[in-house]
Design a protein around this ligand. Structure first.
Ligand code: ASP
Length: 423
C-alpha cells in the first residue's frame, strides 16, 4: 500500500498532475465554452473506472480488516472497544462535516443541472427500509448490483466467520488478502488516469457553467479544515480529558509528529510507523495495545475522511440543487461511517469512497469531479485527523486496560522504547 507514495515520487507527483489537469481543463472550458463538453467522455471514463473498483475493493479490504484481528480473548475485548470507539467517533466526525456543510453552505447558488440528480433524489429510501435492506437475502445479487450497505454487512459477517473457524479459514483469508492487495494496486493504477479524467470533467463543467462554479471550492476547503480542527481540538481533547482523565494538551503534543507526516504523505497506512512510535514513546501506550489498535485504526478508522465526505456530500447536493431529506442525512452518516471501514489508508482513498456515498444516497457522481481537483488539499487535513483519531482511541484503550504508562504520558518527554524495556 505504502509504495503508492513512493511510486508517485517518480516524475511529477500525482496530486500535482491532477491539479494541472484541473487548471488545464478549466482553461480549455473557458476558451472553448460549450464545445469543451465534448471532452466529457474522458471524465466518464475515469468515473467508470472508479465505479469498477468499489465493489471488489470494499469487499476484500473489509474482510481483511476484520480477519486481521487475530488473538481471541483480550484481542476480542480490545478489538470490541476499538471498533465501538472507531465507529462512534466516525459518526460524530461526519455529523460535524454535515454541520460545517450546512453552516458554510459551499454549494448554494451554483445550480448545476443533471437529469440523473432529479431522478435520484426522488428515489431516496426511508430509514427503516434502509436498515432492513442492509441484510442481503442474496449476497451474490448484492455484489452484482453493487448494493454497498449489503456488501459491507456480508463482508463483516464473512470476516467474523472466517476468524471464528481459525485455521480452516486461513486459505480463504489469504485469497482475500491477495485480492485486496491487487485492488489497492488497481486503485493506484486507476488514479493514474485521474489527471485526464479531471481534465475532461473540468473542461465540461467550466465550459458549460463558467468558472463561477469553482469559487465555492475555497468554501469547501475552509469548511473541511474548520471541521477537522474542531474534531481534534474540541472533540478528541474533550474525550481524552473526560473519559480518559488525561491531559489533553499532552495528547495534542504527542500527535503532532505523526499528524505532520500524515499531512504531507496523505496516507495513514504510510504514517503507521510514526503513529506507533509516537503512541509508545510520547503517550506511553503499551506495545500490545498500540501494535493491535493502531494498524486496525489505520485500516478502518477514518474520521477525517468521514468528515470530508459529510461536507462534500452536502456541497454536491447544494450545487446540484437537491434538497436532502432527513433519512438521506441519516443515510449519509451511516454509509460514510461504514464506508470509512473500507477506505484504504492511501492517498485519495477517501475520494473513491465518496463516490460510494454519493451513489448510495442518490447524488450525482459528476459532483466528484469538482471536488477531485482540490482533493489533495482536503486529503492532507483529513489524513491528519485519521491518524489523530487512531492515537486518541489507542490512548483511551491503553488507559482503560491498564496498558498506559502514565509516567511517560505525563512526563512531557519522548521515552524511547529501548529505555522503556529497561525500566
Ligand atoms: N488519505 C487518507 C488516509 O490515508 C484516506 C483518504 O483519502 O481519505 O487516511
Amino acid at each position: 500500500m505504502s509504495n503508492q507514495a513512493a511510486a508517485t515520487s517518480k516524475g511529477i507527483a500525482l496530486w500535482k498532475q491532477i491539479l494541472i489537469g484541473m487548471v488545464a481543463g478549466c482553461a480549455v472550458g473557458v476558451l472553448f465554452g460549450e464545445s469543451a463538453a465534448m471532452l466529457k467522455p474522458l471524465g466518464t471514463l475515469f468515473i467508470n473506472l472508479i465505479k469498477m473498483l468499489i465493489v471488489p475493493l470494499v469487499f476484500c479490504s473489509l474482510i481483511v480488516g476484520v480477519t486481521s484481528m487475530k488473538d481471541p480473548r483480550k484481542m476480542g475485548r480490545i478489538g470490541g472497544k476499538a471498533i465501538l470507539l472507531y465507529l462512534s467517533t466516525t459518526a460524530i466526525a461526519i455529523s460535524i462535516g454535515l454541520g460545517m456543510g450546512t453552516l458554510f453552505a459551499p454549494g448554494v447558488g451554483i445550480n448545476i443541472a443533471t437529469s440523473e440528480a432529479a431522478v435520484a433524489a426522488k428515489e431516496a429510501p426511508t430509514l427503516v427500509s434502509t436498515l432492513l435492506n442492509m441484510i442481503p437475502t442474496n449476497p451474490v445479487k448484492a455484489l452484482a448490483n453493487g448494493a454497498i450497505l449489503q456488501i459491507i454487512v456480508f463482508a463483516l459477517a464473512l470476516g467474523i466467520a472466517l476468524t471464528l473457524i481459525g485455521d480452516k479459514g486461513k486459505p480463504a483469508v489469504q485469497v482475500f488478502e491477495s485480492l485486496a492487495e491487487a485492488m489497492y494496486k488497481l486503485t493506484e493504477l486507476v488514479m493514474k488516469v485521474a489527471p485526464f479524467g479531471i481534465f475532461g470533467l473540468m473542461a465540461w463543467v467550466s465550459g458549460t457553467y463558467g468558472l463561477e462554479v469553482l469559487l465555492p471550492l475555497a468554501k469547501v476547503i475552509f469548511a473541511v479544515y474548520v471541521g477537522c480542527v474542531i474534531h481534534v481540538i474540541v472533540f478528541y481533547s474533550g474525550i481524552i480529558s473526560t473519559l480518559g482523565k488525561l491531559s489533553p494538551v499532552r495528547y495534542l503534543k504527542g500527535v503532532i509528529n505523526p499528524a505532520t507526516v500524515a499531512f504531507t504523505t496523505t496516507s495513514s497506512s504510510g504514517t503507521l510507523p510514526a503513529t506507533i512510535k509516537a503512541s509508545q514513546e510520547e503517550l506511553g501506550v503499551s506495545k500490545g495495545v498500540s501494535s493491535f489498535v493502531l494498524p486496525l485504526g489505520a485500516t478502518i478508522n477514518m474520521d477525517g475522511t468521514a468528515l470530508y465526505q459529510g461536507v462534500c456530500a452536502l456541497f454536491i447536493a447544494q450545487a446540484f440543487g437537491i434538497d436532502l431529506t432527513m433519512s438521506q442525512y441519516l443515510l449519509i452518516i451511516m454509509t460514510s461511517t461504514l464506508a470509512s471501514i473500507g477506505t484504504a489508508g492511501v492517498p485519495g482513498g477517501g475520494l473513491i469512497m465518496l463516490s460510494l456515498v454519493l451513489t448510495t444516497v442518490g447524488l450525482p457522481m459528476e459532483g466528484l469531479a469538482i471536488v477531485a481537483g482540490i482533493d489533495r488539499i482536503l486529503d492532507m487535513a483529513r489524513t491528519s485527523v485519521n491518524v489523530c483519531g487512531d492515537m486518541m482511541v489507542a490512548t483511551l484503550i491503553g488507559k482503560s486496560e491498564n496498558e498506559l504508562d502514565e509516567t511517560i504520558y505525563n512526563s512531557d518527554k519522548t521515552v524511547p522504547v529501548s529505555e522503556q524495556a529497561k525500566a
